[in-house]
Write a protein that binds this ligand. Structure first.
Ligand code: SF4
Length: 308
C-alpha cells in the first residue's frame, strides 16, 4: 500500500511517520501497531524507519485517553476511527476487539471502524473473529492488491499471492466487511504492463470490492525499486503507457450486479479520474482515450518523488 499524509494532531502523540487513507481525514486515528509486519515491498518506504510492534492494550488505552482530552478541546467530533500503522490487522483479534470497545465507551459517537490490512493477516483471522469484529463496528478494510499478477507480486516482494488476496477478500465479504482495494499503476514496469493490467482486472472482477483506487507507482529514494531503476533493471512507464495500462484494466473489469466506487485521484495520479463502475465505465474510458491521444510519447512521472 502506498498512501499519503504524514501529519500530527497537536496534543496527540503519534509515533511518526503516520499514514492514513485520504478518506479517513476526519477519523480518530489510533495506532494499534507500529510499522508494517511485512515491510519488504520493493516500492514502499513508508515504514523503513520503524521496527514492527503490536502496542499493548495499556499503551492504546493511554493514547485513547489523550485523544479524548484533545477532542474535548476541539470543535470536531469524530464519528469513526481508523486503525494504523501499515497492517494493523496483524494485531491479535482480542486486542482489536478490546480497542473498539474502549473507543466506543470514550467516544460514544464513534460506531464505525476501519483498518489497514494485508491478505495474510486477514486469512489468519477465522470467520467467527471477522464476524465478531464486524458486530463490534469494523466496517471497512483497506487492502493493497497492488497487482493481480503473481509474477508481479513476486517481483515486488508483496508477500502474498493473487489467490491469497482473493481468499482474504472473499472472507471479508462473507463477514459483510467492506473492502477498499488499492492497485498500483506502473508497478510491473514496461515489461509486465500487459500482464499486470490483464490480471489486475481479473482480480478486481473476482473480488468486486466496494471501493477501488488506482495509485501510480512513485519511486521513493533508497527503496529496492529505486536501486533496480538505477541499475536499469526496471523500466518505468511513460505517462502515455500509464494511461494505456489504466485503460486496459478498466476495460477488462467485468461487473454483473456489483457497483464499485472508483477513484484514481490520489496525489500520485497525474490524470485524476473518478466514477462508479460499471455505470461510468464508458464515460471514463472516453476520457482516458482522449488523454492518450493528446499525451506526448516521451514524458515520464517525476522520479525524484520524495513525499506522498
Ligand atoms: S505491506 Fe508492503 S506496501 Fe504495505 S506497508 Fe507493508 S511494506 Fe508497505
Amino acid at each position: 500500500m502506498l498512501f499519503q499524509v504524514a501529519f500530527c494532531l497537536a496534543m496527540m502523540k503519534y509515533d511518526q511517520p503516520l499514514f492514513r487513507p485520504p478518506s479517513e481525514s476526519n477519523s480518530l486515528l489510533i495506532q494499534i501497531t507500529l510499522g508494517c509486519s511485512h515491510n519488504k515491498c520493493i516500492f514502499c518506504g513508508m515504514y523503513q524507519t520503524k521496527k514492527f510492534k503490536v502496542k499493548t492494550l495499556e499503551e492504546i488505552t493511554s493514547d485513547i485517553a489523550d485523544a479524548k482530552k484533545y477532542y474535548e478541546r476541539s470543535l470536531e467530533v469524530p464519528t469513526k476511527a481508523f486503525f494504523c500503522d501499515g497492517d494493523a490487522m496483524a494485531a491479535p483479534f482480542e486486542l482489536i476487539l478490546a480497542t473498539m470497545e474502549i473507543i466506543k465507551k470514550e467516544f460514544p459517537m464513534i460506531t464505525r471502524f476501519s483498518i489497514y490490512a494485508s491478505a495474510l493477516n486477514i486469512i489468519r483471522k477465522d470467520q467467527t473473529q471477522l464476524h465478531l469484529m464486524k458486530q463490534a463496528g469494523l466496517s471497512l478494510c483497506y487492502i493493497g492488491l497492488e497487482s493481480g499478477s503473481d509474477e508481479v507480486l513476486q517481483l515486488i516482494k508483496k508477500g502474498n499471492t493473487k489467490e491469497e488476496i482473493i481468499l482474504a477478500c472473499n472472507r471479508l465479504s462473507d463477514g459483510k466487511i467492506k473492502i477498499s482495494l488499492i492497485a498500483l499503476l506502473g508497478i510491473g514496469g514496461v515489461g509486465h504492463s500487459l500482464l499486470h493490467a490483464k490480471e489486475t482486472a481479473e482480480a478486481v472482477t473476482k473480488i468486486a470490492p466496494e471501493f477501488l483506487s488506482f495509485l501510480t507507482v512513485t519511486v521513493v529514494p533508497h527503496t529496492a525499486l529505486d536501486v533496480l531503476i538505477r541499475k536499469n533493471k526496471f523500466s518505468v512507464l511513460s505517462h502515455k503507457e500509464l494511461l494505456m495500462e489504466m485503460q486496459a484494466i478498466i476495460e477488462a473489469i467485468e461487473l454483473k450486479d456489483k457497483r464499485i466506487i472508483f477513484r484514481a485521484n490520489h496525489v500520485s495520479n497525474n490524470f485524476p479520474l473518478a466514477g462508479v463502475l460499471a455505470k461510468d465505465k464508458e464515460k471514463m474510458l472516453g476520457v482516458i482515450r482522449r488523454w492518450i491521444e493528446e499525451c506526448p510519447d516521451n514524458t515520464y512521472p517525476d522520479l525524484d518523488y520524495r513525499c506522498l
